[in-house]
Design a protein around this ligand. Structure first.
Ligand SMILES: [Zn+2]
Length: 208
């Protein structure tokens, strides 16, 4: 994809995710690999309302998160996390959302370091999954404002567990990715659906 096509897609995606409650306020951030070696990433700017982005809000950074092309603006505070995911998984696009269900469930299961999702037909929307019997592990990292440290943890986790489709940051949100922006978007839709299903189902259970 050209830079202008990437901008067009990310602007539409931002408005869509905002409308669905997955990137309210200025939350969430999205990136697409422009070039892999040396790494160049198109990423949403910091503190931008995702419902009304323009191409000025899509910035270009290198493999260390530094701005390229002498442009102005500030890339997302979580740029290093996007780079960590790209480097550990080989993904072409990384999407990060702040939904209610990812916020709640990442807190509820913090003691187990994550939780399994199993038995749902929608699991088949995850790349490489062909049966509802698949057991998807969704790990949880503790939230931190030290993004460099958090990116290091994420990279180590993803290198150790290469079968993941996403991870949660506690009381914060979801990270997922894909071999294309379309695949990453599908993973957000699938995982957010599953998180909401798991969360709502849990609310029907008696309090232990
Ligand atoms: Zn975030």
């Amino acid at each position: 994809m050209s830079k202008s096509e990437i901008c067009e897609h990310l602007i539409a995606l931002g408005a869509d995710f905002h409308r669905r409650g997955w990137a309210l306020g200025t939350s969430g951030n999205f990136s697409v690999v422009i070039e892999r070696a040396p790494l160049r990433l198109a990423i949403t700017a910091s503190s931008v309302d995702k419902s009304c982005m323009t191409s000025d809000h899509i910035l270009e950074v290198d493999g260390r998160g530094r701005m390229l092309n002498g442009a102005s603006g500030k890339p997302s505070a979580e740029t290093l996390l996007h780079i960590a995911v790209v480097q550990a998984t080989g993904a072409s696009a990384v999407l990060h959302t702040h939904s209610v269900w990812s916020t709640i469930l990442s807190d509820y299961h913090r003691g187990q370091g994550g939780f399994h999702i199993q038995g749902y037909e929608m699991l088949k929307g995850l790349e490489g999954v062909s049966t509802h019997e698949h057991e998807e592990w969704l790990p949880i990292l503790e939230n931190s404002q030290d993004i460099e440290a958090l990116a290091g943890e994420a990279e180590a986790l993803l290198k150790e567990q290469s079968n993941l489709h996403g991870f949660l940051i506690r009381r914060h949100g979801l990270y997922t990715w894909g071999q294309s922006l379309a695949e990453a978007k599908r993973h957000v839709e699938i995982l957010e659906f599953l998180l909401e299903s798991v969360g709502r189902r849990r609310m029907m259970e008696p309090i232990a």
